[in-house]
Write a protein that binds this ligand. Structure first.
Ligand code: COA
Length: 170
């Protein structure tokens, strides 16, 4: 029997993708044949960027690598993994604060879908304080976000906030 392709799902909101996410994604490609970056449609979050924009940023960030598939999903993550024939979920751990949540998340997913295992990557020390919300906040206030997000994301954030704030402080 030929060895099967190792497929992993890397889920998140990716609003927008940061260099922290890119680092995890690139490292996961060393272990897996295909990584599906799965953008969660989360009704509790009001995204700044559309699904299409977020998907384009991801594709550009990995230079349209054919081993990276961008997709969106709704509902249970383990169900989606089953649909994609993925045996693994990729998650990044930034700090101790992430651990508690990730621990719960991984155990619940294992209970719901025992065939799917979670693989954690320790976030690179350069990105351990980065989150999408923090990036948006800093960009919105005119702060420098270069080096923290891919160039296309940086351009889009600058353009978006320039439009929002033009001549209107309130
Ligand atoms: N570098 C930089 N930032 C990172 C990061 C990294 N390596 N890893 C996570 N982050 C940031 C994200 O950008 C996000 O920032 P924000 O809250 O400011 O937007 C924050 O950390 C939280 O990220 P994450 O924990 O990945 O949450 P998420 O909302 O992006 O994704 C899902 C959570 C979608 C994976 C999860 O809710 C899910 O699977 N939902 C599906 C429903 C389901 O199955 N539920 C049962 C699960 S047991």
């Amino acid at each position: 029997m030929p060895p099967s392709r190792k497929i992993a799902v890397y889920p998140g909101t990716f609003d927008p993708i940061t260099n922290g996410h890119v680092d995890i994604l690139e490292r996961s490609l060393v272990l897996f044949d295909e990584v599906v970056v799965a953008i969660a449609v989360n009704p509790r979050k009001e995204p700044l960027f559309t699904l299409q924009e977020r998907s384009d940023f991801i594709a550009e960030a990995v230079a349209r690598n054919p081993r990276v598939v961008c997709d969106a999903f709704q509902g249970l993550l383990v169900e989606y993994c089953r649909e994609r024939k993925a045996g693994f979920i990729v998650r990044g751990l930034r700090a101790l604060a992430d651990f508690e949540y990730e621990f719960q998340f991984a155990h619940m997913n294992r209970r719901l879908g025992p065939a799917v295992d979670t693989v954690f990557f320790m976030t690179d020390e350069r990105h351990h304080y980065v989150s999408s919300s923090l990036i948006k906040e800093v960009a919105g206030l005119g702060g420098d976000i270069s080096g923290l997000v891919p160039p296309s994301v940086e351009r889009a954030l600058i353009a978006k906030y320039a439009r929002h704030t033009k001549g209107n402080p309130g």
